[in-house]
Design a binder for this molecule. Structure first.
Ligand code: CTP
Ligand code: CA
Length: 224
């Protein structure tokens, strides 16, 4: 074995990782967004890069710096995230951890909406495309291993299992967001695959990312 090959088992592989929230504009000064620090997704991008993987990190607005050796693409809206994710293909691995806003504003106002005596504006919403479901669809460009996240406040395992089959992805990392998660350095997750469910003890987001990256490397044991 060549020196370093054991420590960098994903050398020659490519991954796309989404992270952070999306921001859906209402007008030039306002928007709709989701709660997400981006820490877990950034940690996954860093952990994959540490194993030698070439990583494109498609990131919504976060306060984080790009991990060393990772190609970060900044986006705001779900539509921008979808395009940047598609542009990062082909890839062997996709880890979609972003907290994508489920809806965007139907018609974004070109100028700041002013308060008016008639009362607040009515916002009309349309559903955003499901980036994970789209990427999981069988086809020439489908990454070999597609991993989604499920942030749930209740029935974590049942919801994560349901998401795995509904989205058509290979693995789901179920994330219990009922206790301290947002912006925190710790996290409690379970991993749902076709062969079952593993519950991982609460640990740092970095430790979870390294464990996930090691599991991914196991799936790609044969050199690229
Ligand atoms: N996801 C995505 N594009 C969307 C919505 C979600 O790629 N428009 C991805 C997320 O990045 C995550 C997974 O799908 O990996 C699950 O997201 P989640 O919000 O839990 O699932 P939804 O299908 O939107 O269901 P819910 O009604 O619970 O929000
Ligand atoms: Ca959602």
């Amino acid at each position: 074995l060549m020196a370093g090959a054991a420590g960098r088992p994903l050398t020659g592989r490519r991954a796309v990782v989404t992270a952070g929230p999306t921001f859906e504009p209402i007008d030039p000064v306002r928007g709709l967004t989701n709660r997400s620090s981006g820490k877990q997704g950034y940690a996954v991008a860093a952990a994959l890069a540490e194993l030698g993987c070439a990583v494109t990190l498609v990131s919504g607005p976060t306060a984080l710096g790009a991990p060393v050796g990772v190609n970060r693409i900044d986006v705001e809206s779900a539509l921008e995230m979808q395009k940047a994710t598609q542009d990062a293909l082909p890839a062997d691995i996709a880890v979609l951890s972003a907290a994508v806003a489920d809806w965007r504003i139907d018609t974004v106002a070109g100028a700041k909406i002013k308060k008016a005596p008639g009362g607040p504006p009515t916002l009309s919403l349309v559903e955003n495309p499901d980036i994970l479901a789209g990427l999981s669809r069988p086809g020439r460009n489908r990454p070999k291993l597609v991993i989604g996240f499920a942030a749930e406040t209740q029935d974590l395992e049942a919801n994560a299992r349901a998401k795995l089959s509904r989205k058509g992805c290979d693995w789901i990392v179920g994330n219990d967001v009922s206790d301290e998660v947002f912006g925190s350095d710790g996290n409690t997750v379970l991993l749902v695959t076709a062969s079952g469910v593993e519950t991982w003890p609460r640990q740092s987001k970095t430790a979870i990312a390294r464990r996930l990256a090691a599991r991914i490397a196991e799936q790609f044991k044969d050199p690229a």
